[in-house]
Design a protein around this ligand. Structure first.
Ligand code: PEP
Length: 248
């Protein structure tokens, strides 16, 4: 049985006031005990979030990390630092990092290993562009991104990651993959994992991301291989995010 996970990626949005609003809303909110809910604010808000979320079911995530634990890397943040703020999850390979900051599979993998080294759960984001989908190479692209990491991890490490399938054409566009499109790719990822280990395939948590909102979440989350969501825009409003959590 895979525990559903809903993660809200605030990207470069939010404020201390929004952190407080989430703290207040989720202190009062009743969520099923059987789901994990993660808020992923920008770095400067982590400490305020750590305090504001103390009496809530919300866990903390970070949007990226440097592959090194410390050193001369001006402007960067390490996994070890994130741990000091009770961060439990970290995104690696988000398409905005891949596209805007030129992080390729190798850099993504280094970050993933750095996260595992310090006990953070990495959420490995993968997904195809519209051109790649139109060219019929969705599965090739997704399995290349997944496979690059999986093939290099130790068997025990493979069990400690979460994978988010986020078609690039669906992120921030309002254009969601249909439940069938998402399910098809998720099933492909899970079948691929079975090639490594059947237990891994059964336990691996797979999230869908790309314009998930309060109206489409239930249908997406009802798919057999979709275990949760990585939510961008709709994670910035307490009511919308709460409604998505309730759909899980
Ligand atoms: C994301 O940034 O991971 C994301 C899924 O964004 P949105 O929900 O806004 O498409």
């Amino acid at each position: 049985m895979r525990t559903p996970l809903i993660a809200g990626n605030w990207k470069m949005n939010g404020s201390t006031a929004l952190i407080q609003a989430f703290g207040d809303a989720f202190t009062a909110a009743k969520l099923p005990n059987s789901i994990d809910v993660v808020v992923i604010p920008p770095f400067p808000y982590l400490e305020a979030a750590r305090i504001a979320f103390q009496n809530t079911p919300l866990q903390l995530g970070a949007q990226t990390l440097n592959p090194q634990h410390s050193g001369a890397h001006t402007g960067e943040i390490s996994g070890r630092m994130l741990k000091e703020f009770d961060v439990a999850y970290v995104l690696v390979g988000h398409s905005e990092r891949r596209q805007l900051y030129k992080e390729g599979d190798e850099q993504v993998f280094d970050r993933l290993v750095a996260a595992l080294d310090v006990g953070l759960t990495p959420i490995l984001c993968v997904g195809e562009t519209l051109e790649e989908r139109d060219a019929g190479s969705t599965m090739d692209v997704v399995l290349r991104q997944v496979g690059y990491a999986m093939a290099r991890l130790e068997p025990a490490q493979r069990l400690k990651i979460v994978i988010a399938y986020e078609p690039v054409w669906a992120i921030g566009t309002g254009r969601t993959a249909t439940p069938e499109q998402a399910q098809e790719v998720m099933a492909g990822i899970r079948a691929y994992q079975a090639g490594f280990d059947k237990t891994l395939a059964e336990q691996l948590k797979l999230l869908y991301g790309g314009s998930m909102n309060a109206s489409n979440a239930a249908e997406l989350l009802a798919q057999p291989d979709i275990d949760g969501g990585l939510v961008g825009g709709a994670s910035l409003k307490t009511d919308d995010f709460y409604a998505i959590c309730q759909s899980a």
